[in-house]
Design a protein around this ligand. Structure first.
Ligand SMILES: Cc1cc2nc3c(=O)[nH]c(=O)nc-3n(C[C@H](O)[C@H](O)[C@H](O)COP(=O)(O)OP(=O)(O)OC[C@H]3O[C@@H](n4cnc5c(N)ncnc54)[C@H](O)[C@@H]3O)c2cc1C
Length: 380
């Protein structure tokens, strides 16, 4: 077993860090969060350097990197600004991975080179008001009509719908015996007539945030179907695994940034004539944060390796999502405590980590659902 990164992977991390230090410094991330402004300049800077092509094969204009390379890029991006990493991962997952795995030849030839060049961005519409954890219970309907489909229904929490070119939309085309049957995925243009998008006010993730989307007789051509009609659920499952790798890497990066801020603060803030880090109550928190982060990183790269070897299981994906999400939440919470009253102030960055990290144990499958999956893997 080899735990070392290759020289190329170390170089990739160093390049990504250098670029993001310039394109996405801490004050930029703070400003985007405060002003509810998507980090467009940083997104474009990543595109200009060709990072969107990292996991896209060379024949479509990418560089054909591995799952480990992808995790490195997302960890570094998350370390600079989690919401930038979320935006990047959505495009890489729903525009890159999903199209590569399930797209037609035309879709691949048309979309993948544009994704690799960073010209398009994507979002994902799965969750509905009555289909959250029970996502397969979705009812947004795509009905065959002359020349394609008509889509009617309502989605909630489609993050980035208002700033994306395409949405990977999960719909019901047939009511089958099982709720997982009769599901069809579409790649839809987000600006089509009949689509209404409403922003949702949220605790965190304020720069890009999330939306409610209403579909009313939205007409799409049959060529917008991604994968097989009525058999889309297995594809959704496959996106979710990829999503779990990307999210977990990004959140491990964000948790590292929160940890580094708290560590620096503990070394410099003095009370009772000494740095607060010299009090065991504080130093043990930092020790616990460091251990959780090390385990998170190990899980991220273990899962990336398992994915590239084709050996990852549903349970591995759930362990990864559960542990890294809970770590981000715990590290941000302890970080806020270490900053005392200043942790509670909006002008210090810890409150953003604290707010943003709350989603890590809710979105893309709650911690409770991850535990259910792990328990099922144990035969329970
Ligand atoms: C900011 C934000 C961004 C999001 N972005 C997207 C996105 O881009 N695209 C998208 O499709 N979705 C997105 N989501 C949706 C997200 O994945 C769901 O919120 C999540 O899956 C939970 O669904 P729910 O909110 O309906 O909660 P519910 O399913 O109603 O769950 C409520 C509570 O009950 C628990 N619970 C439910 N079922 C079980 C069970 N069987 N066993 C134990 N406990 C259970 C849950 O763990 C939770 O604690 C986003 C959500 C948020 C808040």
């Amino acid at each position: 077993m080899d735990y070392a990164f290759t020289q190329d992977q170390d170089d990739l991390r160093a390049h990504a860090r250098e670029l993001l230090d310039h394109a996405c410094p801490p004050d930029y991330a703070e400003r985007c969060d405060n002003e509810a402004k998507p980090p467009r300049e940083a997104y474009d800077a990543l595109a200009k350097q060709g990072w969107f092509g990292l996991a896209i094969p060379a024949e479509y204009g990418g560089t054909g990197g591995s799952a480990i390379d992808l995790a490195i890029l997302l960890e570094e991006t998350g370390r600079h600004f989690e919401e930038l990493a979320m935006w990047l991962f959505r495009t890489l997952t729903y525009g890159g991975y999903a199209v590569l795995q399930h797209g037609s030849t035309e879709q691949k030839n048309d979309l993948l080179p544009k994704v690799a060049r960073g010209e398009l961005s994507f979002c994902f519409g799965l969750t509905e008001p009555n289909a959250g954890s029970d996502a397969a219970a979705l009812t947004t309907r795509a009905k065959p009509v002359d020349g394609g489909y008509a889509i009617d229904g309502q989605k909630v929490f489609t993050s980035g719908m208002d700033i994306s070119d395409y949405c990977l939309l999960v719909t019901r085309t047939t009511t089958g015996e099982k709720k997982q049957h009769g599901i069809t995925n579409f790649l839809i243009d987000t600006k089509l007539p009949g689509i209404e998008v409403r922003k949702i006010a949220t605790l965190g993730q304020r720069a890009i945030g999330t939306t409610q989307v209403f579909y009313s007789d939205v007409r799409v051509p049959a060529s917008a179907v991604l994968g097989e009609v009525d058999r889309g659920w297995d594809a959704v499952d496959s996106y979710l695994w990829y999503e779990r790798l990307c999210l977990s890497a990004a959140r491990t990066g964000a948790a590292s940034a929160a940890f580094e801020y708290a560590l620096d603060y503990a070394k410099n803030r003095k009370q009772f004539g000494k740095p607060i880090g010299s009090f065991q109550a504080i130093s043990h928190k930092l020790a616990d944060m460091k251990v959780m982060l090390d385990v998170s990183r190990t899980l991220v790269y273990r899962f990336a390796w398992l994915m590239s070897e084709g050996k990852a299981t549903r349970s591995d994906a759930a362990i990864l999502k559960l542990y890294t999400g809970e770590t981000y939440k715990a590290v941000s919470d302890m970080g806020l405590q270490i900053l005392g009253g200043y942790g509670y102030c909006m002008e210090y960055p810890m409150q953003r980590f604290f707010r943003d990290s709350r989603l890590a144990v809710i979105g893309a499958g709650t911690s409770e659902i991850q535990r259910n999956i792990i328990a099922r893997g144990l035969g329970l």
